[in-house]
Ligand binder design. Structure first.
Ligand code: ARG
Length: 560
């Protein structure tokens, strides 16, 4: 039941259509004022009257019905109370019977959305800077799927460039297949760092690196075997982290995948007269749009990051026929996306408008750095493992008799990392603090997971659900129920705004409302009907919190 729609259709005001009215209706900050409110100052201009007078007039002509039980004019606002009992009973029953589907929708049926995220670089450490793209992108995949879209999750691997020639040079000088297989990504980082130190003294190494890179491109067997080894090692390492974070991809087509797909794009640019030569390089001039030129080919004819992205966009459109293609990439690359989106638009690709850069802020650690195996970057794996370790310690202290401690510590630790990264508006920079994300008080994952565990223990204690009709609701109960009813809207808004943090905030709101209810209202009371009603609320909260966490890639635990 869409109450806003119902109200806006009933109001019928000359000169304002019901869709516009719909968008004006809000939820009052506190449910004692009402469930919905129309701020009448928004109508002052059109109706040429004061908000107070407009609210009075509308109130006098409004006819109550089975859905709306009260309508009041207060200080220029028209406040509505819905038939709370009808709403509550229907909603709770719906949630419990829908279960893991509660909040899902079919608005995306028949639509496809590509999401480019995580997009790691081969042979480079997977560090804390990759946390946001990985968890934001993964949450968006799950959210869009929940709304019925066909989702293609793409890891646009950074697997092209002269650095792979350098790596081969370094490998041949200072490493071996055995060392790489044993020490894995840390070995690749070690020799890569060493290469840079040594090449400063011996610049001829760079020529050698270029030579090897050319060999990779030309299909030389030995060089490609090494390159494949580096790729395999990197993917195996990051896969461990993806598993921990419940992250999955449908495609690993990276930059090198587009080696043979750029020529037609460059040809088309030339045919359309968009290419200009500048110091031997081919560029698209974007001065008219207030941007520096987009580099298409270097003077030696080799392609660039943007060229590959353009070929990738064309390929994705042809292959998946997406309705939208999202790129979850940090704000440092804002210009890059604006540029190549513009170039595609200039080429006449009408779908360029469906490309969206989902930009986000930086993550840093609280006390600067921490020691890691590889130089000065903070490895994501170390952050997650340390959080899991700390979670285990807390459990040992607070609840040493808990069964399955390791499993619970894993869910709590990884959940804390994900939730910590998704807690605020994505464009904000984040300072990651172990103590903060693991705290049981405040805006944290353990707080939400603990609330689910609390629901479980209530449910276990109360047994089966029986009769509950005809109970008078108090405000604490109603606050939980009206929050439960917001979930659907929140999921949709998080997709529309590419903002998983709306779901994180929602989970915190619901947990807070439930805990207040739990503190103020005894659940296992004598009165069977009241007990059953409260048990039903508890079950619905468990379902909804679990669904919210699942959309973020976070597991719940039975006990904690
Ligand atoms: N590998 C790139 C980096 O680490 C990110 C790639 C993002 N995706 C894209 N289609 N450009 O900076």
């Amino acid at each position: 039941m869409d109450y806003k729609k119902h109200i806006s259709e009933k109001l019928s005001i000359d000169g304002v259509n019901s869709e516009e009215l719909y968008s004006f209706i809000e939820t009052p900050p506190n449910n004692e004022m009402g469930d919905f409110a129309l701020p009448c100052f928004k109508l002052s201009k059109i109706l040429r009257n004061s908000p107070v007078k407009i609210a009075e007039d509308l109130k006098n002509s409004f006819v109550l019905d089975q859905y709306i039980s009260d309508c009041n004019a207060v200080n220029g606002y028209l406040n509505f109370k819905i038939n709370r009992k009808g709403f509550a009973f229907n909603l709770l029953k719906e949630i419990v019977s829908a279960g893991e589907k509660y909040g899902s929708d079919d608005i995306g049926n028949g639509k496809t959305i590509c999401i480019d995220y995580s997009s790691i670089n081969i042979a480079k450490p997977f560090h804390i800077g990759h946390l946001s793209t990985t968890v934001i992108g993964s949450a968006l995949c799950k959210i869009y799927r929940f709304l019925g879209y066909k989702v293609v999750g793409i890891n646009h691997l950074g697997d092209y460039g002269t650095q792979f020639g350098k790596l081969i040079v370094a490998f041949k000088r200072w490493s071996s297949e055995q060392a790489v297989l044993e020490k894995r990504l840390s070995e690749l980082t070690r020799i890569y760092v060493k290469y840079h130190d040594e090449a400063k003294l011996d610049p001829s190494m760079d020529d050698e690196a270029r030579h090897y890179f050319k060999l990779i491109e030309d299909g030389d067997e030995e060089s490609n075997k090494l390159f494949e080894l580096f790729k395999k090692i990197t993917l195996e390492e990051v896969d461990k982290i993806y598993k921990l974070l419940n992250v999955e991809f449908d495609s690993y087509a990276g930059e090198s995948f587009y080696n043979d797909k750029m020529a037609p794009v460059v040809e088309e640019l030339k045919d359309k007269g968009l290419i200009k030569m500048s110091e031997g390089a081919s560029i698209v001039d974007l001065e008219e749009y207030g941007m520096p030129p987009c580099l298409i080919l270097k003077s030696d004819g080799s392609s660039l990051y943007a060229t590959r992205d353009m070929a990738a966009a064309v390929y994705r459109k042809n292959t998946y026929d997406f309705d939208k293609c999202l790129y979850v990439v940090a704000y440092q690359q804002n210009l890059h996306f604006k540029q190549f989106f513009k170039v595609l638009e200039l080429m006449g690709k009408e779908w360029a408008k469906d490309l969206v850069h989902v930009s986000y802020g930086m993550v840093s650690l609280e006390n600067g750095s921490m020691s890691t195996r590889s130089g000065n970057v903070v490895l994501l794996e170390d952050v997650i493992n340390k959080t899991i370790e700390k979670a285990l310690k807390v459990i040992e202290e607070k609840n040493p008799a808990l069964p399955d401690k390791d499993k619970i510590a894993k869910a709590v630790g990884t959940g804390a990392v994900i939730f910590g990264a998704l807690c605020n508006n994505k464009i904000k920079d984040i300072v990651f603090s172990y103590d903060r994300v693991l705290s049981f008080e405040g805006e944290t994952c353990p707080y939400v997971q603990y609330t689910v565990a609390r629901c479980n223990s209530v449910i276990a204690k109360c047994g089966e659900l029986g009769e509950f009709d005809d109970v008078d609701m108090n405000n604490d109960e109603y606050e939980v129920i009206s929050t439960l009813g917001r979930f659907r809207e929140v999921v949709k808004a998080s997709a529309e705004k590419y903002e998983p943090s709306l779901i994180t905030r929602y989970a915190l709101d619901l947990a807070t409302a439930f805990n207040k209810f739990y503190m103020n209202c005894k659940i296992a009371v004598e009165d069977e009907k009241v007990k059953n009603f409260r048990l039903l609320i508890t079950k619905a909260v468990k379902v909804t919190l679990t669904n919210a966490l699942t959309l973020l890639g976070i597991e719940t635990v039975e006990q904690m």
